[in-house]
Ligand binder design. Structure first.
Ligand SMILES: NC(=O)c1ccc[n+]([C@@H]2O[C@H](COP(=O)([O-])OP(=O)(O)OC[C@H]3O[C@@H](n4cnc5c(N)ncnc54)[C@H](OP(=O)(O)O)[C@@H]3O)[C@@H](O)[C@H]2O)c1
Length: 265
């Protein structure tokens, strides 16, 4: 196959959970620009529709569907709507995250812990459970889980010194679980045409720097990142298209670090 065709997603149907969020937007745009029909899904249907319209104005294919990962009916309805419209789901990107209920060991509550798990782990499992039978029926499918550097190493707490910031215990645990989930799905369904990989990105610049401005954390973070900067939109686009396309046909169960070298020390 020509290299250009290896990276093409022409005609593919892609569901992205949390698609209108910070990392969700460049992920959805990357898939759309590579030719996929992108279904942008989360609780805020207005935000998802706004993004879908933005893509449509640029002549890409996109639609918005409401999805609440904490509600099994909503997950089923979302998947049914896509199947009704397009008859298949080729790519699932588990990107949504809740940070509700998160805290350090001394502040997190049982209810908070369970709430984060309910969306980040159980919700991810349920939407994957709803999509995989359709992929199995088609004999092919591609799942990408968006993890984090915090699910690949432990948090480096000195980076937060001089600020009120921390890295919650739940986040590290939920993100590590994602890597195990990735490997399980990859190992179980590989011979039936389904690949499953994880992308573990580092801090997203437009989110972090625009939200908190300059402080000791942003300065420390850049110093501890071999490439000396936070991630930008284009940094996630290539890895997503690579893993979603035939360009990575022999790659499964992998955790691709897109972190400017944060974990290479
Ligand atoms: N930002 C970073 O620096 C960073 C770094 C490393 C990894 N990541 C990872 O990148 C992914 C995206 O993070 P982000 O920073 O882009 O987060 P974000 O901007 O907070 O977006 C999270 C998305 O998840 C959706 N969501 C939350 N609860 C949901 C639910 N119950 N059902 C369905 N959707 C739900 C939200 O939409 P609604 O509110 O409309 O539901 C939103 O679109 C996450 O997996 C995160 O761990 C982020």
């Amino acid at each position: 196959m020509h290299t250009r065709d290896l990276f093409s997603l022409e005609g593919k149907i892609a569901l992205v959970t949390g698609g209108a969020g910070l990392y969700g937007k460049p992920i959805c745009r990357a898939l759309a620009e590579a030719g996929a029909m992108v279904v942008i899904a989360s609780r805020d249907l207005v935000a998802c529709r706004r993004l879908a319209e933005e893509f449509q104005e640029d002549k890409y294919h996109a639609m918005a569907v409401r999805l609440d990962l904490g509600d099994e009916d909503s997950i089923r309805t979302c998947v049914e709507e896509i199947m009704r419209n397009y008859g298949r789901i080729d790519i699932l990107v588990n990107n949504a995250v809740t940070r509700q209920g998160m805290g350090d060991l001394d502040t997190v509550t049982k209810a908070g812990w369970e709430e984060a798990l309910r969306i980040n782990s159980t919700g991810m499992m349920l939407v994957t459970q709803a999509v995989v039978p359709h992929m199995l029926a088609a004999g092919k499918g591609n799942i990408i889980n968006i993890g984090s550097i915090q699910g690949t190493t432990g948090p480096r707490f000195p980076v937060y010194e001089g600020t009120e910031m921390s890295s919650p215990l739940n986040y590290t645990c939920d993100k590590w679980a994602m890597v195990g989930f990735t490997r399980w799905i990859a190992n179980k369904y590989g011979t039936r045409g389904i690949r499953c990989n994880c992308i573990s990105p580092g801090g997203y610049g437009p989110g972090v720097e625009d939200r908190i401005g300059e402080n000791a954390f942003t300065e420390n973070y850049r110093k501890l990142t071999p490439l000396g900067r936070f991630a930008q939109d284009d940094d996630i686009k290539g890895p997503v298209v690579f893993l979603a396309s035939e360009a990575s046909a022999y790659v499964t169960g992998h955790n691709l670090l897109v972190d400017g070298g944060w974990t290479s020390w």
